[in-house]
Write a protein that binds this ligand. Structure first.
Ligand code: PXL
Length: 287
């Protein structure tokens, strides 16, 4: 039994304004009683999603000395969790962190794109490197765009049928990870859903989402952070998925009701207390 809260080494950027990356990951995981130890990849004035020219400080060269320091301190982590990465070199450094803490749950949120397209900052070389990182992961949380980039497949032009969705999940698990979650998938039955696959149990899961006609930055980061916290606290995969899905529904619907600028992200502060309260989960289904 651990005599302290679970501890996550979180390799992410800090974007000052716009509610993404560490500004949402830290409060979410702290609320879930998980200790976060951030390793910063970069500091930005805002996220890169349409708020103008970003002030950017790259911190790649601090990543390996930080690893060496933690090694010297003989620190243990229950999870190593990476997110938005700015260069191939940073991806190599993440691989070094995964090798250093082999027993830790290796979680990769392969932040590469959305709405069918890679982000402008994402070169073909980085997409290939991200495949290497995914191969070293236990858990991955791509959206459908990222899932397609990882598999080198075109983004589907029509909603997916169940067997097509299962095929994508199974192919991603063949790369290495045993738990796959794909967010924001439109199924041919008219639902928007988050899909999961537990390759050890051979089970496919879905948690359907209530649709809201707006999209906010940082929601993928919140989803992955809740999933990490939930898994470390002993949730099963479908319950971890439902916890993340339900929280985001509340955060998105709260924000939508106020009509704030979508680029400012979701009103996390108003909703965070939901994570502290006991919840019952009965919305997950087998896919
Ligand atoms: O939410 C992912 C993310 C993280 N960090 C930065 C980003 C984005 C998405 O746009 O720009 C800097």
């Amino acid at each position: 039994m651990l005599k302290r809260p679970p501890r996550v080494l979180a390799i992410h950027d800090l974007s000052g304004f716009g509610r993404c990356s560490l500004t949402v990951i830290l409060p979410v995981l702290s609320a879930m009683k998980v200790q976060v130890c951030p390793v910063l990849t970069a500091v930005l004035s805002t996220h890169t999603g349409g708020l103008g020219e970003v002030v950017f400080r790259d911190l790649t060269e601090d990543m390996m000395p930080t690893l060496a320091h933690y090694q010297k301190l003989d620190l243990n982590f229950e999870a190593v969790y990476s997110g938005f990465l700015g260069s191939s070199e940073q991806i190599d450094h993440c691989l070094a962190y995964f090798s250093q803490w082999k027993d830790a749950l290796a979680v990769v949120d392969p932040v590469m794109g959305d709405h069918g397209k890679p982000y402008q900052t994402y070169s073909k070389e980085m997409c290939d490197q991200m495949v290497k990182l995914v191969k070293a992961a236990d858990v991955i949380t791509p959206n459908l765009t990222e899932a397609c980039i990882l598999l080198g497949e075109p983004y589907p032009t029509a909603p997916l049928r169940q067997f097509e969705a299962k095929k994508i999940l199974a192919k991603l698990s063949e790369l290495g990870p045993s738990q796959i979650v794909i967010t924001g998938v439109e199924l041919s039955d008219g639902t928007l859903t988050n899909l999961g696959y537990d390759a050890v149990r051979g089970q496919y899961w879905r948690v359907d989402c209530r649709y809201v006609p707006v999209s906010y930055p940082g929601t993928g980061d919140i989803f992955a952070a809740i999933l990490v916290g939930a898994l470390l606290n002993g949730d099963s995969l479908p319950i971890a998925m439902e916890r993340a899905t339900r929280f985001l529904e509340i955060a998105i619907r709260t924000t939508f009701s106020y009509g704030t600028d979508p680029r400012h992200g979701v009103m996390l502060e108003s909703c965070l207390s939901w994570l502290l309260e006991p919840q019952n989960f009965d919305r997950y289904e087998l896919l």
